[in-house]
Design a protein around this ligand. Sequence first.
Ligand SMILES: [Zn+2]
Length: 53
Amino acid sequence: MAITTDSDSSSVCRQCGYTAASGSDAWNRISAPPFGRITQCPECGSTDVTNRQ
Ligand SMILES: [Zn+2]
């Protein structure tokens, strides 16, 4: 049985190329008051993370 999801999106760090599922615990989340919570790469600490589908 394969696991399939309709929202098969992942996020990619544009600095080091780290890739993990969007919104997964693999990503760090930091508080940035104007934006709320933003995603941070656990590998290089960059917040330049983009979604890829
Ligand atoms: Zn990174």
